[in-house]
Design a binder for this molecule. Structure first.
Ligand code: FES
Length: 163
């Protein structure tokens, strides 16, 4: 991660602004670009982006904290996002949440020390007909049970060993 901290974020942001423009509506697309390419949006990138778009750094960090798919902190290689909205809540989200914590050895909001897993809640992911549901990065899982969660986590553990 320190390689990211040492990057020339002024130059990275300048390249993105050249493509996306300096209008403040470019903020979210540029944040998405950074998140996608680097896994999170480091503080220095936020500073350079605020300068480039002539907005405050607080505005940049507020947008990052508002959207659960953006992060100002490094995340695990696999980010588990369990839906906490009403359909999933009523269909057994709590049991699934406990199974995820147990299988991953993490509490919600934590990232494993080896950098492999992060565990978070998210709001509705559009899978309300198959609750409880979650995302693991871009993979979608529905009709979750404590048993299926264990299998899913084991699958990602195997993937992690292959990295
Ligand atoms: S309420 Fe959970 S996916 Fe919509």
């Amino acid at each position: 991660m320190s390689a990211l901290l040492d990057m020339d974020w002024r130059s990275v942001v300048a390249d993105l602004v050249a493509t996306r423009g300096t209008d403040r509506t470019a903020l979210i697309p540029i944040l998405q670009d950074i998140q996608l390419n680097y896994g999170y949006v480091p503080k220095e990138a936020q500073t350079q982006l605020a300068l480039a778009l002539d907005i405050s750094q607080a505005q940049v960090s507020e947008v990052i904290s508002f959207y659960s798919f953006l992060s100002g902190e490094p995340k695990g290689k696999f980010v588990f996002r369990l839906c906490q909205t009403i359909s999933c809540e009523m269909a057994g989200k709590e049991e699934v949440a406990r199974a995820l914590e147990s299988s991953l050895g993490l509490s919600f909001g934590e990232t494993s020390e080896d950098g492999l897993f992060s565990l978070e809640y998210t709001n509705c992911i559009g899978m309300c007909d198959q609750p409880p549901a979650m995302l693991v990065n871009d993979d979608v899982f529905g009709d979750l049970t404590p048993e299926s969660v264990e299998e899913i986590v084991s699958g990602y553990r195997r993937k992690g060993e292959e990295l």
